[in-house]
Design a protein around this ligand. Structure first.
Ligand SMILES: [Zn+2]
Length: 104
């Protein structure tokens, strides 16, 4: 009985780990997840709220901002928001490209 419960718990843990891996992969593959695929924003003031709006890809915990830097890439200036999860301490970087719309 005890052994069976332990096996069930291990299976649940493995399933949770697999799910977390998939969420992490999705984070890196989505817009803003890499320097080659920044999320386009209209204002630099949206960078931090956007970076903090999503939960930790690994555990779903709340993220805290570590730094917000401007990074040159070719002719464009990207924004990198580094965050750390308050629960599992994983660190993430969200990439943004600020494109101001020209007034008509
Ligand atoms: Zn976390």
């Amino acid at each position: 009985m005890v052994l069976r419960k332990r096996a069930e718990r291990r299976a649940a843990e493995r399933a949770a780990e697999k799910l977390a891996e998939q969420r992490v992969k999705l984070f890196f593959a989505s817009d803003g997840g890499s320097i080659d695929r920044p999320l386009v924003l209209e204002s630099a003031s949206l960078v931090e709220p956007r970076a903090l709006a999503q939960p930790c890809p690994r555990c779903g915990g709340p993220l805290r901002l570590l730094s917000h830097d401007a990074v040159a890439k070719g002719a464009s200036l990207l924004r990198a928001a580094r965050t750390r999860c308050s629960l599992c301490a994983s660190e993430w970087t969200s990439w943004f490209l600020v494109e101001r719309r020209l007034p008509h």
